[in-house]
Design a protein around this ligand. Structure first.
Ligand code: ATP
Ligand code: MG
Length: 614
């Protein structure tokens, strides 16, 4: 057995009694930190200090000289959470540490994979594909198989593939009974072709980062032994949201030293739609016999009023382990339930409350607005801008910077300023009209020679035979559309025109036919944008407003209010939290209920539990 690195001698252990950082823990927490040998599971409700246990344990391992910084593997769910853990560890150590294996599953797997890429048929400079690239690839596979994409949406195949990857299944490992017929072939065969293609391209998608890493460890005993030896300690936050592939990966790595500590809360499992299996928690003791299970019941974050509300709500769920939570803090303020007439009134009220909190000395960094669906952010962003309150969107994109909103905005701006080439180029082939880069290049070339904009060039060329007939007809149709919409703008309200532009241009249909999971959300966003336009006198005022919201982003550091989805809020905490839009169909979300029924409802409750306990 060899160790890649010797542990650092580390500073002397404060062996007289317990070091200061342990004194800051309660008994259960301290037990979980000090139980360094063997598997440990901390199973506890929100705000009980699970993450604090992990960071303190990390520091404790280093300070007692049990391992060097590079011999501890710490996994969490988001980059933000990883940064915070790193800061907390540095805080305890009193100095920053480098070379940590601390990050998200994806980041850590990518790091391992780059070192051994050739073992799984890749080169170390492999590219990581984003969602668009993946979909394009799947489309190519389907075309090669002469599959009618209208009947068999590529996104459906991609989702199947992703679910298999979440479960750690390679093409050859998909069970007979679940090969899922797709377009008369079995989908697992198409999956195999997709993987083949990725390999040829020296590319990996997100699921592959884990899948390949699993293959690497399973099939290369020397590599596995190396990492099993290296990682003397493994720490996992938000364990309830791991999927099967992540679970298998952890289990393989932990088999060496068996020093794995997982912390989680079954009531906060909110990613089943991405393959998370809460069963991983329940299985822990079976996989790691003799595991020490620590339960923490004291909550340090919330008032007893808030805890009572959260506990009361989650008690309605049937499939849960059940746990008690208490706090010796005071009752705190009553939770305020406020009914608003509509989203605008809601945003206005929240805005006033934020200003009041600011006057009382609350930092904007400590205030959060947590929404169920992305489109809800629009109303708040507009209000915050009007009030001059800086904000950030955590784990996502600001409303007006989302791709579909930018597309819509480009269309609308072209009504006012047809000569804006950036906008024209953005939308000329969105939705797809068969206008490729070559045509755009041709337009640019002619335009440059004549001193014309793209729009004008297109208008001039459709009357000649410079362009292919197909391109000519498509372009003249688009230009005729613009003429019509511009005409309409003279008499009809601008928001109505916006709706017509989206429908007539084929943009709405494009999203309706798009089977990717985020397409319905994009449609919601567009609907929200069109609705929101009514608050502005005319189109130019609206466009000006959007330009300002976007410019607001340029402002540098400083305190900012936090705006995010409930999903992105997991593990975070704030002094003041607003939970808008708790109304039937929005939260609990209609689509969640339609798709998964009572299971979906239970997950919505867990999401609400996460929200209330922030
Ligand atoms: P979540 O389930 O939301 O992820 P958690 O269990 O990870 O929550 P932490 O974020 O670690 O909880 O802790 C919640 C808050 O309680 C933090 O502000 C933390 O600093 C504080 N806290 C935890 N343990 C103690 C303690 N023993 N004494 C004082 N404060 C504590
Ligand atoms: Mg936590």
């Amino acid at each position: 057995m060899h160790f890649p690195l010797d542990p650092q001698p580390g500073p002397a252990v404060a062996d007289a009694g317990s070091p200061a950082y342990l004194a800051k823990l309660n008994e259960g927490q301290s037990e979980a930190v000090r139980a360094l040998d063997g598997p440990v599971l901390v199973l506890a409700g929100a705000g009980t200090g699970k993450t604090r246990v992990l960071t303190t344990r990390f520091a404790h391992i280093l300070l007692t000289g049990r391992a060097a910084p590079s011999q501890v593997l710490a996994v969490t769910f988001t980059n933000k959470a990883a940064r915070e853990m790193k800061d907390r560890i540095a805080g305890i150590l009193g100095r920053p540490v480098e070379g940590l294996w601390l990050g998200t599953f994806h980041a850590l797997c990518a790091r391992i994979l780059r070192r051994h890429a050739e073992r799984v048929g890749l080169r170390s400079n492999f590219v990581i594909l984003d969602a668009d690239d993946q979909l394009r690839l799947v489309k190519q596979i389907l075309e090669a198989n002469h599959v009618d994409a209208k009947k068999w949406p590529p996104q459906a195949l991609l989702s199947l593939i992703q679910r298999w990857k979440d479960r750690g299944l390679r093409p050859g490992e998909v069970g007979r009974d679940e090969m899922a017929e797709f377009a008369g072939a079995d989908a697992a065969t198409l999956y195999a072709q997709y993987q083949q293609r990725l390999q040829t391209l020296n590319a990996a998608d997100f699921g592959d980062l884990l899948l390949h890493c699993l293959t690497l460890l399973r099939e290369h005993a020397d590599v596995l032994a190396d990492y099993q030896n290296r990682f003397r300690y493994i720490l996992v936050d938000e364990y309830q949201d791991t999927n099967v592939a992540q679970y298998l990966w952890l289990r393989l790595l932990a088999q060496g030293h068996r020093n794995i500590c997982c912390v989680g809360d079954d009531d906060q499992s909110i990613y089943s739609w991405r393959g998370a299996e809460v069963g991983n928690i329940l299985r822990f003791e079976k996989d790691f016999p003799g595991a020490r299970v620590v339960r923490l019941e004291r909550n340090y974050r919330s008032s007893s009023t808030i805890l009572a509300a959260a506990s009361g709500l989650i008690a309605h769920n049937e499939g849960r382990l059940g746990k008690t939570l208490w706090t010796d803090g005071n009752d705190g303020e009553q939770i305020r339930l406020r009914a608003a007439w509509d989203a605008e009134e809601e945003a206005r009220w929240v805005g006033e409350e934020v200003e009041a909190a600011q006057r009382e000395g609350t930092s904007l960094d400590q205030i959060a607005i947590l929404v169920r669906a992305g489109f809800q952010m629009r109303e708040f962003e507009d209000r915050l801008l009007a009030l001059g309150i800086p904000y950030r969107v955590v784990g996502g994109t600001k409303f007006y910077e989302r791709a579909e909103i930018k597309d819509a905005r480009a269309y609308l701006q072209l009504l006012l300023q047809p000569d804006n080439d950036v906008d024209f180029e953005r939308i000329v082939n969105r939705p797809k009209r068969g206008i490729g880069d070559a045509t755009v290049a041709q337009l640019y070339e002619v335009g440059r020679a004549q001193g014309w904009s793209l729009y004008r060039t297109a208008a001039e060329l459709v009357g000649t035979d410079e362009l292919r007939p197909k391109v000519r007809s498509v372009l003249s149709e688009l230009l005729a559309g613009f003429e019509r919409w511009r005409e309409m703008l003279r008499t009809a309200p601008h928001w109505e025109v916006a709706g017509v532009v989206l429908d007539d241009s084929g943009y709405t249909t494009m999203l309706q036919n798009d089977k990717s999971p985020d397409a319905p959300g994009r449609l919601d966003n567009l609907r929200e944008m069109v609705g929101g336009m009514q608050e502005f006198a005319d189109l130019p005022t609206f466009i000006e407003h959007v330009a300002l919201v976007t410019a607001n982003d340029e402002r540098s550091e400083g305190e900012r209010l936090n705006l995010m989805t409930l999903h992105a809020a997991k593990g975070l905490e704030f002094d003041v939290v607003f939970l808008p839009g708790w109304e039937e169909e929005l939260f609990p979300h209609m689509r969640a209920l339609e798709e998964t029924g009572i299971k979906g409802l239970e997950e919505e409750r867990r999401l609400a539990y996460v929200g209330i306990t922030r």
